[in-house]
Structures are given as C-alpha cells and as structure tokens.
Unconditional design. Structure first.
Length: 118
C-alpha cells in the first residue's frame, strides 16, 4: 500500500497550490479519501473528505470556500486545490484512505509540507 503526496512547497499569502496523492495497493475507488494537516505544535486535523465515487465532499470550516478536494478514480489520485492561502495554512498535509465494513483499513501517506510566507 502506498499513498504518495506531492505538490507542497512555499507560496506567498493569497497564492495557490494543488496537492496530489497517488494511491496504489488497495481498491482506491472503494475508499473514502481525506486530506489532513498538522501544524507545528498542534494536533492533526481533518481538512477535507471526499466519498468513494466523489459525489460527497466535506470541509473544515477554516478552509471552506478556499480549498477543493477532488478525485480521479481512473488515475487512483486525489487532489486538494488550495487557494487564498494564509500563513495559518502552514502545515504538513497528509493523505488518508479509509474504508469501513467487511474490508476495512485506514492508510496514511508520508505528508507534504506547505509553507505560506512572504
């Protein structure tokens, strides 16, 4: 199982970034996918979630209307488009795959750093 995040980096306040998470080793299209983030000295928090077919999305209040989660099940990839970035968005962003039921799992990527600074 692999979840490989990419797209992080340094961006100025007000800028945009798109994170990608390429998945392999499990049934991506049957998995709920999420992005979490962890800022220095803080607990990991849920940023956004997308259902297995992509029809349902949910966002933390702090990112609503600025971030968009999407997925391409043909490419086994989930994305997080981030715009109007703020210094408070600085964190390590983690990709998460989860499935409940007879086949259940909870997988994490290694994280990608996002820094928002002028």
């Amino acid at each position: 199982v692999q979840l490989v995040e990419s797209g992080g980096g340094l961006v100025q306040p007000g800028g945009s970034l798109r994170l990608s998470c390429a998945a392999s080793g499990f049934t991506f299209s049957s998995s709920s996918m999420s992005w979490y983030r962890q800022a220095p000295g803080k607990e990991r928090e849920l940023v956004a979630t997308i259902s297995s077919a992509g029809g349902t999305t949910n966002y933390a209040n702090s990112v609503k209307d600025r971030f968009t989660i999407s997925r391409d099940n043909a490419k086994n990839t989930v994305y997080l488009q981030m715009s109007s970035l703020k210094p408070g968005d600085r964190a390590v962003y983690y990709c998460n795959a989860r499935r409940f039921g007879l086949i259940s799992y909870n997988y994490w990527g290694q994280g990608t750093q996002v820094t928002v600074s002028s």
